[in-house]
Design a protein around this ligand. Structure first.
Ligand code: NAP
Length: 247
């Protein structure tokens, strides 16, 4: 039997990048998937790839920073699949700028999507998980939330906040057999990081003991572990997937 057979996973920001790799990995191990993204076409494309693996999928457009979107997303997911066993709060954005030049809008948008989005999705999903007396919640943090990064005060604050949120939720939900963990990727090659100038990337690469950037698959493998029964006694943890950048 497949590792996640009979399980349903909801992945936000699942249309591309790390989220898409997570969707395909979880489906490849037997889970049915709700692929949610603000980009409806991307969500649909990823969902159709899931169907190619023989698993069921639902594509849903939702902006995780809007409560009514998240409410509709979770209701439609339960209607389609009856339950949600795994929630991956992956949707995230950057609006980089030096602190002195950072606008209120740049600050608010990053905090709204990266931190409030995870809160809203968790709040809507957790009720069902509590009734089921089981669940896995995985929050996509970042090494930047632990180390900080010049030009990313908004992003670092959102990811540091997500780590505090993860630990608090883990403490609240542990007795209900719901595990809440965070993954903190380092530099992973996706569209988000593809925008950086080559010299900046070279600078980052020299600081990574593994000598290479991570792949989306490197992150998806750890999310698979945190989604599976193999991690049933792991909660409130932040697992770094960064080639040794921070240790
Ligand atoms: P990505 O390629 O930009 O993909 C993120 C996805 O989330 C996109 O499809 C994006 O849609 C979607 N999204 C954006 N705003 C949303 C919203 N309000 N509601 C729902 N979906 C939304 O990013 P990625 O590199 O795969 O990153 C995924 C996660 O990993 C993020 O939380 C990021 O902070 C984290 N992370 C990434 C790295 C890295 O090196 N790449 C490192 C550490 C942590 P649009 O394309 O329409 O914007």
């Amino acid at each position: 039997m497949a590792l996640l057979s009979g399980k349903t996973a909801l992945v936000t920001g699942g249309g591309r990048g790390i989220g898409k790799a997570i969707v395909l990995d979880l489906a490849g191990h037997g889970a049915d998937i709700i692929v949610s993204d603000i980009d409806e076409t991307a969500a649909q494309e990823t969902a159709s790839l899931v169907q190619g693996t023989g698993r069921r999928s639902l594509a849903m457009k939702a902006d995780v920073s809007r409560d009514q979107d998240v409410d509709a997303l979770v209701k439609a997911s339960i209607e389609a699949f009856g339950r949600i066993d795994i929630l991956v709060n992956n949707a995230g954005i950057t609006r980089d700028n030096l602190l002195m030049r950072m606008s209120e809008q740049e600050w608010d948008s990053v905090l709204s999507v990266n931190l409030k989005g995870a809160f809203l999705c968790t709040r809507h999903v957790v009720r069902g998980m509590m009734k089921q007396r089981s669940g896995k919640i995985i929050n996509m943090a970042s090494v930047v939330g632990v180390m900080g990064n010049a030009g990313q005060a908004n992003y670092a604050a959102s990811k540091a906040g997500l780590i505090g949120f993860t630990k608090s939720a883990a403490r609240e939900l542990a007795s209900r057999n719901i595990q809440v963990n965070a993954v903190a990727p380092g530099f992973i090659e996706t569209d988000m990081t593809g925008k950086l100038p080559e010299e900046v990337k070279q600078n980052y690469r020299t600081g990574i003991p593994a000598g290479r950037f991570g792949t989306t698959q490197d992150v998806a493998g750890v999310v698979l572990f945190l989604s599976s029964p193999a991690s049933d006694y792991v909660t409130g943890q932040v697992i770094h997937v960064d080639g040794g950048l921070l240790m």
